[in-house]
Design a binder for this molecule. Sequence first.
Ligand SMILES: C[S@@+](CC[C@H](N)C(=O)[O-])C[C@H]1O[C@@H](n2cnc3c(N)ncnc32)[C@H](O)[C@@H]1O
Length: 200
Amino acid sequence: MKGDKSFTKTVIKSGSREFREWNPYRSKPAAAIVNGLKTFPLRKGMKILYLGISFGTTSSFFSDIIGKEGVIYGVEISERCMRDLNQVIGKRKNIVPILADARKPQDYAWIEPVDLVFQDVATNDQSEIIVRNAKQFLKKDGHAMIAIKARSIDVTKNPAIIYKQELEKLKASFRIMERVRLDPYEKDHLFAVMKLLAKR
Ligand SMILES: C[S@@+](CC[C@H](N)C(=O)[O-])C[C@H]1O[C@@H](n2cnc3c(N)ncnc32)[C@H](O)[C@@H]1O
């Protein structure tokens, strides 16, 4: 969004356009791209369900990519984060904040079907949460993206074991298209891009 200098150190101008630098240390999809992710399905006009939107760092970049025709339904459980998010939303017209628990999609069942479910809640049941939400809201050809935080699932286990265990759970409902570790930008995180299996 033109004139927006939030969540970045550098704004590059090119003619009448402006580009905010997307810092991989502050945003997991940016870290995934820097670490070689090839499948990045965000497009202009997309509808996104964002679980764990927090105070809006990553969603501000998604908001720029999808543009005015797109919408982000941003679910967040913390009232404090919601208050900060509202500062970001004040300027942006394509983010709809939803104060809710992503474990209870029935509480926001009014949203429309989406092209992408993005999930970054950092809880020990994050795989179950994305499955439930994708089954309810994701369009047939849509994508799901998850940032798996090993330490939120079990601090005592080797992250590689956690990733394997979580990917096995996800494979019951999704085809895993690509996965990328986020170290050193986000320690002990795995980022995965997926599609729902035909049979749900
Ligand atoms: C790692 S932060 C997300 C950062 C954000 N994705 C970004 O890059 O800008 C995780 C967020 O998920 C939220 N969260 C945790 N459990 C949740 C739940 N069950 N439902 C909705 N939000 C949740 C937390 O309050 C926190 O704001």
